[in-house]
Design a protein around this ligand. Structure first.
Ligand SMILES: Nc1ncnc2c1ncn2[C@@H]1O[C@H](COP(=O)(O)OP(=O)(O)O)[C@@H](O)[C@H]1O
Ligand SMILES: [Mg+2]
Length: 367
């Protein structure tokens, strides 16, 4: 993957997903009446990267089934739109793709003009946050440590950072940071969120220190994470933060799929061992259908002298980096010290490079 020193931030205009020329003509006319331009995507593949960042998404009835098949995540402010007569049985598919409204033309024209005016005139929107996802090729691979290190490194570079724990079985990412005593909301209190999450409010409610905010599981009864809660959280974070790290479970549930689809890049952490590589192949196969920007991080030691490049080649992925074993991290964890907090060592160096590549913001080195 070529290093990117500065990444253009996505333009945040309403997104129209349709391959129907007549419908498109009508929607462009209505958007103009609402005083906004729109982003166009003829199909879900073209829509994918703009799906969650867009302030409003209109899906033409011709693309409803394709969007469903593509498993695009549920998101707020999603409207299914078509001409009268086309939309039968529109409500059923609308519910399946998570549309909040079904707009039938021409009756809904004034309503749509209002929506375009409301969401197109967002004014000068700041650049959306970069989202990076991390998952382990096998249990204990070091994914959560890398996720913590990335978040700590981003916050050290003065990026407003959100670390999201999406692994219900991971034991709580707040523990990785040594933050388990910190006051603030955890997932169980937020997980019925499905509408628009107010980004500043979300951030105020979560445990935080400086520029780093964490949305973690607690150690209470296990709950599943609803995909709409993840979508709403990432939607809010994209608007209110600079950098988002999501620690994913290896078994991808709907919330994890939502996060992967929202990610600008995902890393699979794989110990440099044959069996770990074999296990990782399955994780990679599942993840690759939801994220094209996938790379592998190989973690030592390599007891059989397996080389990082060989692991990456076996998985058919670019090598995103390597990690030497770092006993100091493990000792630090026991003392409640967050990974990469000193800014020194192989993990910190790797995390600083990744943050810089994704954001263009240079790293803050050792303290
Ligand atoms: N960079 C590292 N250096 C040394 N040990 C590590 C490193 N990363 C992880 N570990 C060890 O592996 C264990 C599991 O890491 P963790 O990040 O929780 O894995 P995962 O989230 O992939 O299950 C840690 O508790 C630690 O002992
Ligand atoms: Mg983990």
């Amino acid at each position: 993957m070529p290093p990117r020193t500065s990444v253009p931030s996505p333009v945040r205009r309403p997104l129209v997903v349709t391959g129907d020329g007549d419908l498109l003509d009508d929607l462009l006319r209505l958007a103009a009446a609402g005083g906004t331009e729109v982003e166009l995507a003829p199909d879900p593949a073209a829509a994918r990267t703009r799906w969650l960042p867009a302030p409003l998404v209109l899906v033409g009835v011709d693309q409803a089934q394709p969007c469903l098949r593509a498993r695009l995540p549920h998101r707020p402010r999603l409207v299914l739109v078509g001409h009268s007569g086309q939309l039968d049985p529109g409500w059923q598919v609308a519910e399946l793709i998570g549309a909040e409204h079904v707009a039938t033309l021409p009756a809904a024209e004034p309503w749509l003009v209002d929506r375009f005016a409301e969401h197109g005139a967002d004014g000068p929107v700041g650049p959306a946050a970069r989202v990076v996802a991390v998952l382990g090729g096998r249990g204990g691979a070091g994914a959560s440590i890398l996720a913590g290190g990335l978040a700590v490194s981003a916050a050290r570079a003065r990026l407003r950072t959100l670390l999201v724990d999406a692994d219900p079985l991971g034991g709580g990412l707040d523990l990785v940071l040594g933050w388990e005593q910190l006051e603030g909301l955890r997932w169980p209190a937020l997980s019925d969120a499905d509408g628009r999450v107010d980004a500043p409010a979300l951030v105020r409610a979560l445990p935080s220190r400086g520029d780093l905010v964490v949305l973690s599981w607690d150690r209470g009864d296990l709950l599943a994470l609803p995909a709409p809660a993840m979508a709403a959280t990432l939607d809010a974070a994209r608007r209110g933060r600079d950098f988002v790290v999501v620690d994913l479970p290896r078994q991808l549930d709907d919330a994890a799929v939502t996060a992967l689809q929202a990610a600008d890049r995902a890393y699979v952490v794989v110990p440099a061992e044959l069996r770990a590589t074999a296990a990782a192949a399955r994780v990679v196969a599942a993840a690759a259908t939801h994220c094209t920007e996938l790379a592998v991080i190989v973690r030592g030691p390599a007891p059989g002298r397996l080389r990082a490049a060989e692991v990456a080649r076996a998985l058919g992925l670019p090598l995103g980096g390597t990690l030497r074993p770092e006993p100091a991290i493990v000792r630090g964890l026991e003392r409640g010290e967050a990974p990469a907090a000193s800014g020194r060592g192989p993990l910190a160096a790797l995390c600083q490079r990744i943050v810089a590549e994704l954001t263009g913001v240079p790293s803050a080195g050792a303290a």
